[in-house]
Write a protein that binds this ligand. Sequence first.
Ligand code: SAH
Ligand code: SF4
Length: 344
Amino acid sequence: MEEFVDKLEALQILEREEFKELLLCNDDYIFERARCVAQNVYGKNIFMRGLIEFTSYCKNNCYYCGLRAGNKEAERYRLSKDQILECCKTGYPLGFRTFVLQGGEDAHYTDEILVDIVREIKATFPDCAVTLSIGERSYESYERLFKAGTDRYLLRHETANDEHYKTLHPDSMSCANRKKCLYDLKKIGYQVGCGLMVGTPNQTLEHIVDDLLFIKELQPQMVGIGPFIPHSNTPFNGKNAGDVHLTLNILAILRLMQPNLLIPATTALGTLDTRGREQGILAGANVIMPNLSPVEVRKKYMLYDNKICTGEEAAECVNCMKNRIKQIGYEIAISRGDCAEFQR
Ligand code: SAH
Ligand code: SF4
């Protein structure tokens, strides 16, 4: 096991069987090395992103997600430009220098509307980065949003294996298009984040190796990894949630494989384990994404059951996270938190 960790740390690629052994390992050595690699690049700084969940409408029907169009029980909402700006105004004095606008695939938000929102945020907060996470769009649309000032884009690939992808999504969606979008975003010049859920139904270790190899090829700036958590009003109701330890092993492998990655300790990790986010940081993560959405809408953005931090004001979330991070010897940096290769 240690041999494979050292090989990864020396930036050598592993054989599929070697990756599988690391995925299954139960040894703190991998976390110790991953932490060390993260600290060599980013020190003990943890970057903070303010998550603004601005629409719960979605035209898609991903089998795992509570926002899927087919979930008739879901309460839908949209935030106006003013409401989104209010979230940023709340976040700035709390130390946020990145705002992540996330939502379902909602045709209401045309390029024109989004360009206007992004421009206004960038004009009001010129020292902040804007990240979009609004699913698959055309090359032209991504280009317009980039030119409006968007810095980053998060689009988890969910699974790099075509067959597995088909068991998680209806025929209207494809693994090939998801990957094409990621390459388009990179080409345009965004800092790009892909990512996966761990423990989705039908996922095997081979699929996870496919994910690692895809990430190696794409060379994104960010990777979001969280355990799958079932939602009761979806076709995956009653399925098992993903494994926290496996999630942490994947996170550590990624840190070793690509030392400068921005890797969040996700809310899903914190939902399955009260110390999940701390464990994520201790396995090599360096980003946290507290919720900046207005408290009135939080419970309506239910990707999965029992999502945490849906009742607290932003300031409470930030204070809670600051304390948790301090307790494990890290510190929140007031910074845009660009990927090391992008720092200016
Ligand atoms: N609509 C956009 C962004 C919102 S969904 C998109 O799909 O890209 C953001 C992420 O939430 C998804 O990429 C998925 O990885 C995660 N997610 C959705 N349902 C989930 C579930 N049941 N458990 C854990 N994560 C989930
Ligand atoms: Fe829509 Fe994203 Fe949920 Fe899929 S994962 S249903 S695209 S919000």
